[in-house]
Each structure stands twice: as C-alpha cells, then as structure tokens.
Design a protein. Sequence first.
Length: 481
Amino acid sequence: MRSTTPPTPDNTPAHTASTASGGPGAKTPGNRGLIFALAISVLSFSMMQTLLVPALPIFMREFGIDASLAGWILTSYLLCGAVAAPILGSLGDRYGHRKILLLTLTVFVIGGALTALAPSLPVLLVGRVLQGVSTATFPLALAIVRRHTTGPAQRSATGWLSGTLGLGAGAALVVGGVIVEGLSWQWLFVTGAVMGLLSITLVLACVPASTRGAAARTDWPGTTLLTIGLLALLLGISQGSSWGWASASVLGLFALAAAALTALVLVERRSAAPLIDVRTLSRPALAVTNGLTLFLGFIPYLFYVGLPVLLQADPAAGFGQGFTVTQTGIALLPGAILVFLGGRFAPWLIGRTSSKLSALIALIVMGLGSLGVAVMPDSLAAIVLFFSLVGLGNGIGFAVVSDLVASLAPRDSIAAALGVNGVLRTVGSALGAPIATAVLTGVAVAAAGGSTLVSFTALFTVGAVVSTLGAVLALTLPAQR
C-alpha cells in the first residue's frame, strides 16, 4: 500500500539514531545503539522458536500428554507467527514500525508470563500463541533499518539481524538444555519474558520514531483470507505425519488453503489499500527471492530434527554418540555461531560480487555441508564441521534474501513484504520437520538389531539435493549489486 498523505511521526520521542553527523548511512553511535536494540529484539523471538525443544519430554510428563499433543507447544507458536508477521508488518507500514514493534514485544512478554505460570496445557498454549506474535519483530526491525540507515550501513545492519535470527534458534538448543537440566521448565519462559522486557527498554531508548503511512481502512477481507489460508496450510503440513498425508482432514486443509490464498490474490488485486501488495510480490526478482527463502527455511530443519536423534542415540545400536541434551546442543553450537557469522560476512560478499552470486554461493555451501554429513554421519568431527558449513551458508542466504526484499519492495510497504518473506521461511521450516521425521522412520530401516545409519544418510542427502535445486533457482536472479 502506498502513502498518499504527508508522513507524521508515530511517537513523540525524537531519538535520532540516523541523523547524527555523517547522515543516515554513517556508522554513528546512534546507529550502533539502534542496531543493538533491534538485534536483541530479534534474538528474543528467534530463541523462543527452539528454546522449548529440549523440554518436550518434560512437558509430556508434566501434563500427561503424548508426543503429538506436546508438538502443539511448538506448532501454536509457529501458526500464530506465520499469520502475525505480514499483518503486523502491514500495520507497521501504516502506523509506524516502532509503535507496532513495541506492541508486539509487549504481547510477547505477556505470553511469557502466562506460560511461566501455566497450570495446564490449554493455558500454556494460549501463552504460546501470544508469544508467536513476536515473529513480526524481524520484518519490523528490518523495516526500521531501511528507514533509518542507507548504503553500506543498511546492508551491514541487515546482516546483523539476519545472523542474529539464526544464532538465536541454534543457541537456544544449548540454553534450553542447560535450563531444563539445572532449573525447571518454567524458567524457559521467564528467560523469554526477561529478554522481551530488555528489548522494550532498548527500543524505547535507542530506536527513533518512524514515519506513518497514509490513513486507510483495515483490509478485513484480505486479513481474513490470509489467516484462513495460512492456518489451513500450516496445520495440514504440521499434522500430516500424524493424521496421514492422504487423509480427508489433511487433504481438506490443503484444499481450503488453496482456495483461501487464491481468493486472497484476487481480492488484493482489486483493493485500493491491500494488506498484501500481490503486484509487487509477483515481480520476477522478488518472486525468486521468496522462492529461495522456502529452501533456506527448509534445509536447516532437516538437521534440527535429525542431528539430535543421531547424536543422542545409544552407540550400542551401531550409530550415535550417546549424548545428553546439553552435549547435543554444544555439538550444534558451532553451526549456530556460523549462521551469525555468515550474516555478518554477507554484506562484504554482496558488495564485492552481487546478490545473485552471493545467493548461489550460500546454497552451494549448504549443499556441501549437507553432503558431508550424509557421507560421514558416524563421525562426530564430520558432523560438527559440515553442519557448521550448513550454518554458514544459511546465514549468508538469509542476509541476501533480506537485503533483496528490502531493496526490491516499495519503501512504504517494506514491512509487509518482509512479513510475507517471513511466512515463506516459516512454511519451509514447517515442511522440514515432518519430512525429516518421515525419512527417518520410513527410509531404509534395517531389520531389528541392525543399523539404521542409512536413514540418516538419506535424510541429509535430501538436504544436499534441495540445496542444489535452490542453487539452480538462484541462477535466475537478475545480476545486481
């Protein structure tokens, strides 16, 4: 949606992170404070994606539930986040990104407090839904960067935020394991709430007021269709393994998703103030960029699901390291750190080559890492080394696509476009988990007492193949710096 009236500040505090001497593109102390505040906000949300993974068995015992119900503790966060990201991104474009970011973080803190005190699973799930709103922090943070920095400083800030996104998800596996083994599951949510409060404080202190777009009526038809379409799609994906991919329920959800999303495109093309600007998203370069995001979201989740199973398996079974939850997290930590470093390295790489070549390099590196783990799944050194390559490529890739979306989308709808890109990352991640589970349980399982190492080889080979397909797609990007 484009503005037709003069912009006005969205908040009265006039912090000026980008107006210090040297202009908005300069690396001023104010800019550093802005980037740090936004990075902590993104870290808070990204850690809550995986922080609870080590605690799932504990939740099963605490609430007397099976694995499928425990999975909803993760799925509820995922579903809400997918819907919230584009909607809150669009609201940020209209009413000011800083204002909506603060609202998002406030809801996140409320959700954290509710889950920490939850006496039952339903209350816990309500809290997780509220926490899921924080998924919008990433597109809102990138939109703020776009408005308050330019040139190399903008690209560097995008790399910081993209790297932080991956670092949080990986590091949370370690932090979650330590908290679960040393304290209790309630402290997982206390940790998230404290980080949310810190983020609010930093945003208030360091992030300047954004400009507001033109006043417009809320696109309720678009909002409704987007919500129905995404919920149906992600619910079908997340429950396909347990309900059966060919079951009437799953097929019905996919049919509903297809109908709702098709209707969304038709409605948004006719709307004067669309929630999602489908004309912009259909531009070839942006469409390819969003396609790459699916691949980048999908591949890591093959490893997030497969590697803990592999590393924690009893060596007596013929494979595995017999690791604890914390030891597993430590083994995966180098990969998480390389995601962050990849995000920091990407601006340098883009500046000296091009976005197209950088994206190609990212997918090739992920493919090599996937292939290495597939060939040597019984070697701890190989797992750590090659999974780190997967993380490095993923960090570069996410920084490249974020930079591309920020540069290709219109300035007055940047957060909405980034929100849609975030949805596609979520869809890719949602596909990765059930496909990984299906491969591990259904591919080349040996007879009782035999090794199932071939299943892990098959799983990580899927990662290499998907990386190759992503590299081919990257070749269709226009060459641009």
